[in-house]
Write a protein that binds this ligand. Sequence first.
Ligand code: ACO
Length: 370
Amino acid sequence: MATVDWTADANEALTLSLVRAEEDKQILGGEETYEEFHPTFTYPIYGEDEKIYGYQDLVIDLRFASGSLAQYLSVRHAKKLDASTTVDNVEGILKEFIPPDYDTDEAAFLTRVQEDAVSFKPIGDVVHTYTRLAPSTSGSGSATREEVEYEVYHATWNDPGFREYHRRMQIFILLYIEAGSYISEDDDAWHFFVLYEKRKRHNGTKTYHFIGYSSVYKFYCFPEKHRLRLSQFVILPPYQHQGHGSELYKTIYNYALLTPLISELTVEDPAEAFEDLRDRNDLRMLLDNENFMQEGFGNETVSHGGGKVQKRKTRARANPMGVSSGMVKVTGKMGPPIDKVWSESFRTQLKMAGRQWQRLMEMLILKHLN
Ligand code: ACO
């Protein structure tokens, strides 16, 4: 007889959903699904090996109202070992990481979803908006696709209701960021940037749906400035690979750039995927900076594959992320060797951290000397 396995993989068992009101589901494109996705990590909750013992066909159904993030928790299983000290208390463990006001009654939760969909408004101030075409219904072209708005809100602990809201969203940090941990609510240096999808119902009502957020820390920096350290950053899986992470990152960078008292933006222990996102966006920002490109690479003509002669500036802007295919002679401040005083003056003006700036300079030189 086959032996029965009483061990469940916690990352598979934990099933997350962002639940929309029925009316909001009806206006979604066919490819849009926000329910039943899984965490990347559960070790901060269920232990190093991410296993749960004592159940068969275990499902930990943790749902969030898509905007207010009100929670519902249901733990289901086909079989459970007779109560003994070795069986994990699935709900009891997870309870420690979420606010106590979660629903366990499905009907009550769905009523809350309907109500919150209309009443919930993001907390804080809008600092960035952008639009995208909604993911298409199968077979439909862009002509029939709705334009969807997105908004980034800046909030601190001082915004009424934000502490409670943060207690609902912070679990995503444990579930998606390696070595992520909860932050102190007693520390006033934290700032938050929260990203929402804003959807219009047929009757014109606007509803908000949580996409992701970032926590940044304002360090005092002698004598009178602050350094902004981006500490936590998450875009939930149903929204990844659609450019939302880039928009959120650019919002934070622009906030640093436009706030006179902030001297630079640094990033705490970035994951590889985040480094990629940061490099791509920083490079694009530099390539779009006419002064930097002109002074850095000069205005001299360059020849490339087809023997056609172009101004370097035109060429760089026409193919910003591409590697040049022909011979390029750089006589501007980018050298090599790079003019250090000039480079440092642009770095401080653009509020870039030193190490990141060096990486960007190396990438630009490689691109242009190729
Ligand atoms: N269609 C298809 N692909 C697109 C589109 C689009 N419209 N727009 C962008 N992309 C691609 C980008 O080119 C990029 O491709 P690449 O991965 O091949 O380089 C990729 O999508 C990601 O770019 P974005 O969409 O801007 O970023 P995303 O919204 O997916 O967010 C992030 C990236 C933040 C890493 C997200 O995956 C995430 O939250 N992961 C889990 C948590 C995490 O690792 N957070 C960072 C920890 S580090 C820290 O907190 C400091």
